[in-house]
Design a protein around this ligand. Structure first.
Ligand code: NAP
Ligand code: GLV
Length: 311
């Protein structure tokens, strides 16, 4: 049986996705959503950040398959049918890229590259003592598919790593904290705080002045999760008063970042355009096909999101 799935994707061309499905799963016909002739027959849709118009066009959807890890762009729709199954990607090439992204930025600060960049502007030739990675304490908010991978990568590079999640974890060489009651203890010892949390009602605005002030003076923030985790004005204030040494933002509250945002000009702040980790086509298609096959067989899809907890 051939099934037709509309795809909503504006981050690049659709054709490579269509071709990959044709290669890997010839029974799944993926079609640009605007070319679907009988929208009422559609049961499954493949999307990245769909509009309200898209969701309204397919009244009999049973499952929506997200082309990324974070499902906040779907769950945030007010009219999302209550029984619609939401399915996410797990890793799909993103863990490797997140490892690189965090390792790169952590080494930047651990090896004092921010200081050397500043010195260069003053033509200053002044080496500083190097310290072992084991003396540089990195904390990761979120120990899921991506956070756990980054934690293991940083351990392999010799860093002193700890992490925070909702439920208790046991990860080799990573000191694990969980729950709101352990958040302050976790924050109070860090040289760098990394955010890889999903955006939910419990994590929105978590990175505010109150939380960031719990970090020791001179700490760094790296957020590659979602812009809505962070109160941007609070970050700017803490960079300007010297409490924070620096920050890296891959995501901001309103994307793309507006040309008149003060974030662009802030000393000590590095911005990247939501590119820390991208879903790779082949592994993503493999997973989506497995999820659709599970739906067709009436079994639980491996990427099913728990809608009540928001991730
Ligand atoms: P995941 O597998 O769902 O892991 C989420 C982690 O966050 C879990 O460890 C979870 O705890 C923890 N968590 C959730 N709510 C919490 C809370 N209230 N308090 C404490 N911990 C909480 O997600 P993932 O695949 O690693 O992805 C994480 C996020 O990264 C995505 O949601 C997305 O927003 C972002 N992302 C960004 C990019 C980019 O390019 N910038 C790319 C991909 C993903 P438990 O383990 O206890 O459930
Ligand atoms: C990207 O931001 C994702 O959630 O996959």
């Amino acid at each position: 049986m051939t099934i037709t799935c509309p795809i909503y994707y504006t981050a690049g061309p659709i054709q490579p996705w269509v071709d990959a499905f044709a290669r890997q799963y010839p029974h799944i016909k993926v079609v640009d959503w605007q070319h679907i002739r009988h929208p009422e027959e559609v049961r499954y849709a493949i999307v990245w950040q769909p509009t309200r118009e898209f969701l309204q066009r397919f009244p009999n959807l049973q499952a929506i398959l997200n082309l990324g890890a974070g499902v906040d762009g779907i769950l945030g729709h007010p009219q999302l049918p209550a029984n619609l199954q939401v399915i996410r990607l797990k890793d799909a090439g993103m863990a490797e890229q997140m490892n690189q992204y965090f390792a790169y930025h952590i080494m930047h600060f651990h090896r004092s590259m921010d200081t050397y960049q500043r010195q260069q502007t003053q033509q200053q030739w002044l080496p500083h003592p190097a310290t072992p990675a084991s003396n540089f304490r990195v904390g990761i908010l979120g120990l899921g598919q991506l956070g756990r991978s980054v934690a293991n990568c940083l351990v392999s590079l010799g860093y002193d790593v700890c992490g925070w999640s909702r439920s208790d974890k046991d990860i080799d060489n990573v000191q694990c904290y969980s729950g709101d009651e352990q958040l302050h203890e976790f924050l109070g010892q860090l040289d760098t705080l990394c955010c890889l949390l999903p955006l939910t009602d419990s994590t929105r605005n978590l990175l505010d002045r109150h939380t960031l002030q719990r970090l020791p003076k001179g700490a760094v923030l790296i957020n590659a999760a979602r812009g809505e985790h962070l109160i941007e004005d609070d970050l700017l204030a803490l960079l300007n008063n010297g409490h924070l040494r620096g920050a890296v933002l891959d995501t901001v509250r309103h994307e793309p970042l507006s040309p008149d945002s003060p974030l662009w000009q802030q000393p000590g702040l590095m911005i990247t355009p939501h590119c820390a980790a991208q879903s790779w086509i082949e592994p993503s298609v493999t997973q989506i096909g497995q999820n659709i096959n599970a739906l067709l067989a009436g079994t639980e899809p491996p990427g099913l999101v728990e809608r009540s907890r928001g991730y």
